[in-house]
Write a new protein. Structure first.
Lengths: 459, 102
């Protein structure tokens, strides 16, 4: 079956390494990417005409970014690369795609989902105000467009991205009002043995923190968020929180970057019927795969953060490994040395990601403490109180049922930014564990499509 | 009106002229619509569910908070579409709005 039609969705670190490995084994994949340029979110390329060098753009990750871009540039002419194309639905053996207002289908024998992740958000009162952005969004503003999201920016949340983006802002000359981490120092110390699985990465993290302290940025650990201050017309004016010592503090700012690590983009796998698994460490659902990236559906594979949140380095290894698994399933010869290398690297990264989950936990308690007036669904302005009433008055203790009644998760972002927090609110109101309230099902189209889309007619 | 976004580098690019709600706006080549609008104003659109203004959220084409429209009614994500000379953008949605909260 050397002519198997293999389609990879996503041209980030996992997708590019997967394509490269397949091509090396004589298979020419189709690589579909929603973005106009390769690199995914993490190694997103700046537009043509921008002149910042790799060191400025990617800091400690410059060499990796450059290597991935160079690999892609070598591949590009040899594979069937389809940028600016959204895979919006799938049926067994066929993808539904949209590109520049045109619909087309792509048949596949094997599908590799390298769909990446988005920021994982926990709402806070006032987070719907203009000027609140996701942490990843704040980073894209700087990396891709050389702008700061505000004149004075507060960074709040937890996880490595918090410190990375804040330090990138400082380095680029932006005014950083404060860095507020909901996780206390004690958890970081407890997680040290696991974090030491990757001493280099740990050291980079410590350096970032040191840079922030050197720049005299106020860094608070173990905080409790209270409210994004401001008004509907002008947006963000500040942020109120409780320090680790119990003091209530207000920071003046016109922008807030908010995020708690990442959540996987699992919609396509979900639509393909792939089994999902609840990850206890990060307290979220993701695709159930074997160690090499095979999902429960034959011929459907997943790699990178879209399968399991382990970061960009792991995504490169997982991309290669999933390609090798696919080759094996196609009865092709497999480079076992290369496979062992990827597995060994990933074992270390698995250990490290458990350390990160322990050091910077998802703040599920915040959902319980969220005031009734706080908005959970930013798209349609639905409050925590409305969601709780759905649970208590209608008995809707399952995420999709509660969504039907309350519309939390039914807006245009399709639950990407509210459904995990919504599940926590539901679970707390129902008095059960979050995994017991289920997860929001993927729905096609996985992103809004224009009604004007036209079907491509093949000649 | 004070801009929301602040340019920190890459300011030597050629300029591009577009129209936003009938007014001429100068942007830089390679700017997304979001950057073009938010370096000169504080929001992109009006929320149709409350009185709030919206200025985008995720910048990666996932949240759908940054919709703007062309004069002819085509919807664009401001975060993932670049400015072009002569582009005529409106920031109020052409369809009816349905306020849920008063």
């Amino acid at each position: 079956m050397a002519t198997a039609r293999v389609v990879i969705v996503g041209a980030g670190p996992a997708g590019v390494r997967c394509a490269e490995t397949l091509l090396g084994a004589g298979i020419t994949p189709i690589l579909i990417d929603e973005s106009r340029r390769d690199g995914g979110q993490i190694y997103r390329r700046q537009p043509e005409g921008f002149t910042r060098d790799y060191a400025t753009l990617y800091g400690s990750e410059a060499a990796k970014a450059q290597a991935l871009h160079q690999s892609f540039d070598r591949l590009r002419g040899a594979i069937d690369y389809r940028p600016d194309t959204l895979v919006w639905n799938l049926t067994p053996g066929q993808l539904c795609c949209a590109s520049q207002g045109r619909h087309s289908t792509v048949d596949y024998d094997a599908l590799v989902l390298c769909t990446g992740a988005t920021d994982r958000l926990m709402p806070i009162e006032g987070w719907q105000l203009a000027g609140t952005y996701s942490l990843g969004g704040a980073q894209i503003a700087l990396k891709n467009q050389a702008v700061s999201i505000g004149h004075r920016v507060v960074f709040m949340g937890s996880g490595p991205l918090l410190y990375l983006v804040a330090s990138q802002y400082v380095k680029a000359g932006a005014e950083v009002a404060a860095v507020l981490d909901t996780s206390p120092l004690s958890l970081r110390l407890k997680a040290l043995p696991k974090l030491l699985a990757r001493p280099g990465v740990l050291f980079t993290g410590i350096k970032l923190l040191a840079q922030l302290y050197r720049a005299k940025v106020a860094v608070h650990l173990g905080i409790k968020p209270l409210q994004v201050m401001g008004d509907a017309a002008n947006g963000v004016a500040g942020l109120r929180f409780i320090t680790g010592n119990g003091q209530t503090v207000t920071v003046q700012a016109d922008a807030v970057a908010l995020g708690y690590h990442l959540r996987p983009e699992t919609q396509l796998g979900d639509l393909a019927g792939c089994a999902m698994a609840f990850d206890q460490a990060s307290s979220q659902w993701w695709l159930a795969t074997d160690d090499a990236g095979r999902t429960s559906v034959k011929g459907v594979y997943a790699a990178g953060d879209g399968a399991k949140i382990r970061g960009a380095d792991a995504a490169e290894h997982a991309g290669r490994l999933v390609a090798l698994a696919l080759l094996e399933d196609l009865q092709q010869p497999v480079d076992t040395g290369l496979r062992d290398e990827q597995q060994q690297a990933l074992a270390v990264m698995d250990q490290f990601r458990l350390g990160l989950a322990q050091a910077f936990p998802w703040p599920s308690d915040q959902a319980k403490a969220l005031p009734d007036s706080a908005i959970v669904c930013r798209c349609e302005m639905i409050s925590a109180g409305e969601l709780r009433r759905t649970v208590k008055q209608k008995g809707a203790c399952e995420v999709n049922r509660a969504k039907a009644f309350s519309r939390v998760g039914m807006g245009r972002c399709q639950g990407r930014y509210c459904s995990q927090a919504g599940a926590e609110v539901i679970a707390a109101a129902a008095g059960v564990q979050v995994q017991e309230v289920g997860r929001q099902r993927g729905q096609a189209p996985v992103k809004p499509l224009s009604m004007l889309i036209t079907e491509e007619v093949s000649s | 009106m004070k801009g929301r976004f602040v340019r920190l580098a890459e300011q030597g690019r050629p300029t591009v002229s577009l129209t936003v709600d009938g007014a001429a706006v100068e942007a830089l080549q390679g700017d997304t619509l979001m950057v073009a609008l938010l370096t000169q104003g504080n929001a992109l659109r009006q929320s149709e569910f409350d009185s709030g203004r919206r200025a985008g959220f995720c910048l990666m084409g996932a949240c759908q908070d940054c919709w703007v429209w062309t004069r002819s009614g085509e919807r664009l994500q401001a975060c993932s579409n670049e400015v072009r000379d002569g582009l005529d953008i409106v920031t109020t949605q052409p369809e009816a709005t349905w306020p849920l909260h008063g």
